[in-house]
Design a protein around this ligand. Structure first.
Ligand code: ZN
Length: 351
């Protein structure tokens, strides 16, 4: 007999599980992996129903960003070097292959429509949307984008923080504004137009403010930042200004609340000592700016230092309880947990 599902299920906007499984070299670990924030066993315990699984390409000289440097009172972490497409493409292929393998093992289902997400969650199977965080693996003619789309890609951030041929991202800097440099290149403009044509979601987390406004001007889809927070509460480059939030609200878009400590805390430190009330202060602020339909979660699990109280998916019932304790009603909690994400994906992809 299986236990009753923990509800409402949480479908969130960002995790780095594919990078972790590739780096660790053991994709079978996804079933039960105490060293990760997400595994299947604990997802059932915590009611984690899936979300956007990111393809992300490490630079040659660094597998990630230096969280130690981000624990300082102020910081400006040097970005790793740009990644050539010849390096990026096989890594992207390997990460997609891992996701396909997880589906073959029965751990999750790769979803391409909102209806598939809903039915997969209803069957208590993890729902995965293939996302790409930084378009290093894509060629300027966008042929690979069509191939990735055929393989299931439904969401794309033109840049991770590192620059590429399509645009510029924000460095990890605190304090700082997201207005750190140029935006999209001409190839980046074509990339966004092509995503619109294929109805691939364009993710604005990590892009510079100039790039954000470029996308806002070009894109016909709702504006979405899958894992970012409110700059008014935490003045890091990675968070969104009030003007950006207003633009997202105007398009019926969404922001996924990032659990990364450095983007939650007023002092900007990447330190796990963060009360859940701080997550909900960002939620309150974003709901005020975006409305109850414009906010979800974007955990950044397995890609950041997150609050100790929700260090892994099995602890997500604490987040639901904290929302209830704060006076959020069941309808709002369900919207934040998954309904808003599924809704904005449906508006982007079509029914
Ligand atoms: Zn990210």
């Amino acid at each position: 007999m299986t236990a009753a599902p923990v509800t409402p299920p949480i479908f969130d906007g960002h995790n780095d599980q594919l990078s972790k499984l590739l780096h660790d070299g053991d994709r079978r670990a996804f079933a039960d992996n105490p060293g990760a924030a997400i595994d299947v066993a604990r997802a059932n315990t915590g009611g984690f129903a899936g979300g956007l699984f990111a393809i992300w390409i490490p630079s040659a000289q660094a597998t990630g960003i230096d969280f130690g440097a981000m624990a300082a009172a102020s910081f400006d972490v040097p970005l790793p070097d740009e990644v050539p497409r010849t390096t990026a493409l096989p890594v992207a292929m390997a990460q997609i292959a891992i996701l396909l393998d997880l589906e073959r093992q029965g751990h999750l289902r790769i979803c391409r429509t909102a209806a598939e997400i809903r039915s997969t969650m209803a069957n208590n199977v993890m729902a995965a949307v293939l996302h790409m965080e930084g378009a290093e693996a894509i060629d300027e003619q966008l042929d690979t984008l069509d191939v990735f789309h055929a393989a299931g890609l439904r969401s794309l951030g033109p840049v991770w923080s590192r620059p590429n041929r399509f645009g510029h991202g924000v460095p990890f800097r605190f304090p700082g504004s997201p207005d750190t440099g140029p935006g999209l290149t001409p190839a980046g403009v074509r990339l966004v137009e092509h995503c619109n044509a294929r109805r691939i979601m364009v993710d604005l987390s990590h892009i510079t403010e100039a790039g954000f406004w470029d996308v806002a001007r070009i894109s016909k889809a709702p504006l979405v930042a899958s894992h970012s927070n409110a700059h008014a509460l935490c003045t890091t480059t990675r968070n969104l200004t009030d003007r950006q939030l207003s633009a997202i609200a105007e398009t019926g878009g969404l922001v996924g609340i990032n659990f990364a400590a450095a983007f939650l805390r007023e002092d900007g430190r990447m330190s796990a000592d963060v009360p859940l009330s701080r997550v909900l202060e960002h939620a309150d602020y974003l709901i005020e700016r975006l409305g109850e339909d414009g906010v979800g979660f974007g955990s950044d699990y397995d890609g950041a230092v997150v609050p100790a109280e929700i260090s892994g998916v099995e602890r997500l019932p604490r987040l639901r309880q904290a929302m209830a304790d704060r006076g959020y009603g069941p309808a709002l909690i369900a919207k934040l947990c998954h309904e808003n994400w599924v809704g904005v994906l449906e508006r982007t992809w079509g029914a």
